[in-house]
Design a binder for this molecule. Sequence first.
Ligand code: SAM
Length: 371
Amino acid sequence: MIQLTIIMYYRNILIHLSLILVSGSIPTYILLFLMLEILEYRFNIKIWSQQERTSNCYDWFEHYLPQNYDKDLNKDYSESLFDGNSGLTIEAATLRKFDYIFRELNLSEGQTLLDCGCGTGVWMLYCKGRGVNVVGLTLSKEQAQIVKSKGLDARVQDYREYLPSFQSYFDAISLIGSTEHTCLSQGALTGDSTCCDRCIADRIKLFKMLKGYLKTNGKMFISGLVKNSKRTPAYTDMFYNYILERHYGGYYSYYEDYIKALEASGLHIISSKDTTKDYFWTSVRCPDHFGYFCINMKQNVADKIIYFVKGLFTDPFLWHHFIYHISNAWMWQFGGYKKQYLTDEDVQRSPMHNKYFTLGAHGDSGTLRRS
Ligand SMILES: C[S@@+](CC[C@H](N)C(=O)[O-])C[C@H]1O[C@@H](n2cnc3c(N)ncnc32)[C@H](O)[C@@H]1O
């Protein structure tokens, strides 16, 4: 048992070293690397779990994003809300988003909030500032440490796992930019038609469980990227879908499938809003934004180099992170980089859309608002 634990602990180092030793040359190394990919994609033989991929991705960001990223109340790991005012600063647009979500969730002082996928706790800090008791869950150890250093309650915990003590405990739940990670990509790139159905079933299970965490009349807010089914696919889609999934783990649903999952879980959609333009513009306007940032080699150089060299021997996802970064896979999601605010036509053509949903747990009687 102890031996097995030791092998698991050093698994990444062992695999990398054997790859290097066995191959002895770069082409053989690449060939073996590809073999591992085929094993997973074609035969579903996984060496690393999706959770490992996601947590590794956010740990990676913590080393390569500009120093003090997220120390500032107004920078986070998702979109800011411009609502068409492209001249707003990132700070103003982020506060606008927080005000919006706070209102949508009907939050008030003394209430309890569960933030599933809390990142570095920027939204949590805002809520704490307004008197809300908030618990945040993340898969990334490095993120959890940052959140704790802000005096907030953060836990390294997969929020898909049921926690009995959370049952009927919260007034509200937020999932901001995190449900993108919750479906397995198994079969997604090889045309397996059961993949989408499996993803819908996984989402229904998750939403039902979270609904159970809410008190009567509790509310949930979701912000997430979904696939645009109305767009004509391009031949490069497969590459970008592959690199996005490899980089951060998880798989996006089509918008229609997402709605199906929400409805089947018994949650009531109170309002929805398309915020694709906002996510795109946040990535363009904020040079530090995790989606489209430049690695600044003037800051923290030693840490970056050490992390990279260590990664050569220990990080199975290092190449995916760099290909993601170099290929601008993030901006591909919105039709590519450009300096203008997106038009409605751009949004129609965009591979992904960002959506907001405000949901009622127990048949909230409000009328559906769409914008
Ligand atoms: C794009 S970031 C968004 C962070 C934050 N909500 C924000 O807007 O800044 C996604 C976050 O979701 C977390 N996450 C993804 N899947 C998760 C899961 N199954 N359980 C817990 N956290 C998860 C990641 O660790 C990360 O913190």
